[in-house]
Design a protein around this ligand. Structure first.
Ligand code: ZN
Length: 287
């Protein structure tokens, strides 16, 4: 049988004839993931040391890799981490990468009342601005979970985009004009690599070979569909040597594809706002 292969309509028109876009996100949570769950974990110095491996060892290693291939990253940093590791934060900015807001102590937004959420957004934005020298215009919610009022809160505080929702695989524009750059759990390293004995986090760490297949297969299909590949990595996990080499394989593949726009959140958001016809309509909008 000679069955023609299904050729999907591309979801989006990307610049310079690119078939897909890619945004490499690094959520530099450091110790905040643990401390936001339980402040008493501060005395568990081995658990704390596993967390601090991200900012201390993982980030410089990832920065070296990005510099070698001259590709940009988008680093979402809780402002507590930015304050604890100001040299790391400055190094990320000085290398030309984007820094976005990610709470102060990685607070779960659904646990916050609206005034608390606003106070944390103002505080974290001010701290990042003081250290980096410019205000962040991108936001990733800790644990990816937004409150219903978060998009309006972000818009009223001058944010250009959010990168926390999962309802599409190309960017879209909220009714208030805020750009959304959706992600997905499939393209996250926590599910693949996180493990701590006590307190118990994660599962048995996966083989990088399996994870490469998982992520690369999704990239190839997203490229066929004209999507935006949003990969989210945590330096305390993906800063480990074999996983940096996994990221290197992904970056080399993206570059070798020859038609993937590797970019930052703010560049993506500006492109979406300046090219409103780039996006294809959704056939089945929720009423
Ligand atoms: Zn996070």
């Amino acid at each position: 049988m000679n069955l023609p292969k299904y050729q999907p309509e591309p979801r989006f028109s990307w610049p310079n004839g690119c078939k897909a876009a890619a945004m490499l996100c690094f959520d530099v949570d450091g110790e905040t993931t643990a401390l936001s769950e339980d402040p008493n974990l501060v005395s568990r110095i081995t658990t704390m040391s596993q967390c601090s491996y991200g900012p201390s060892i993982g980030v410089p290693r990832i920065l070296g890799l990005l510099k070698h291939y001259n590709v940009p990253g988008t680093f979402f940093i809780p402002s507590w981490v930015a304050e604890q590791y100001p040299k790391m934060t400055e190094a990320i900015a000085n290398q030309g990468h984007e820094i976005g807001a990610h709470g102060h102590l990685h607070e779960k937004l659904p646990t916050l009342a609206p005034p608390e959420e606003e106070a944390i957004l103002e505080k974290s934005t001010a701290i990042l601005e003081r250290i980096v020298g410019s205000r962040p215009i991108g936001f990733r919610a800790p644990w990816f979970e937004l409150n219903p009022g978060t998009p309006d809160l972000l818009k009223s505080h001058g944010f250009l985009y959010d990168a926390s929702m999962m309802s599409d695989d190309v960017p879209f524009i909220h009714q208030n004009g805020l750009v959304e750059i959706p992600g997905q759990w499939l393209l996250e390293d926590w599910e693949q690599f996180a493990f701590n004995a006590d307190p118990a986090w994660g599962v048995i760490p996966e083989d990088c070979e399996k994870v490469f297949q998982l992520w690369w297969r999704e990239f190839e299909a997203m490229r066929d569909y004209g999507c935006c590949f949003v990969l989210t990595l945590h330096p305390w996990l993906s800063g480990r040597p074999s996983r940096v080499q996994l990221l290197e394989r992904i970056i080399r593949g993206l570059l070798e594809s020859g038609d993937t726009w590797i970019t930052t959140g703010s560049e993506l958001a500006r492109y979406v706002l300046e090219n409103p016809t780039a996006r294809r309509e959704i056939d089945f909008e929720k009423q």
